[in-house]
Design a binder for this molecule. Structure first.
Ligand SMILES: [Zn+2]
Ligand SMILES: [Zn+2]
Length: 156
């Protein structure tokens, strides 16, 4: 499992790991990673930056001019549902999940300069917020933790 998103890392390893994990998960869940779904997954994993649906469409249309927005949206829905990618709500964009094989709560550290979105575990934070919610007799349905700032590389 890797949570690394530094510029110096061997990104091919991230992609290989992500693809293997995705194939294993689809096999276990008995769902199909069709060639189109896999291609969009690969495009999302091209780097650790959050990528929007229209950006994905533009890239895909260079390979297949007939690609339509609905193709992208259907694939994104599938990948989200399968837990293989995360939606970055504050950017209306997507990133590959770093550890799809385990149930996890994480926070996304989003760099406002290079748009790298690093996923780090934040189980304690989720528990603390759920406690607050319980104390207020509130029934939580969805919690998104996204922190904006500057990554190590962009701080200089
Ligand atoms: Zn994740
Ligand atoms: Zn950065």
């Amino acid at each position: 499992m890797t949570f690394s998103s530094e510029l110096t890392h061997d990104h091919a390893c991230c992609v290989t790991h992500a693809l293997e994990a995705a194939q294993a998960i689809c096999h276990t869940k008995n769902i199909r990673l069709t060639p189109m779904r896999q291609r969009i997954f690969e495009l999302i994993w091209a780097n650790h930056k959050a990528v929007g649906a229209y950006e994905l469409l533009e890239i895909l249309q260079r390979e297949d001019p007939k690609a339509k927005p609905v193709t992208i949206y259907r694939a994104l829905d599938f990948l989200l549902e399968a837990g293989l990618i995360h939606k970055v709500a504050s950017l209306n964009a997507f990133v590959g999940c770093s550890s799809p094989e385990i149930t996890h709560h994480s926070v996304l550290l989003i760099c406002d300069n290079c748009h790298n979105a690093k996923e780090v575990p934040a189980q304690e934070v989720y528990e603390a917020i759920c406690d607050i919610s319980t104390h207020n007799a509130f029934l939580p349905q969805q919690l998104t933790l996204e922190l904006h700032g500057y990554c190590k590389t962009c701080q200089t």
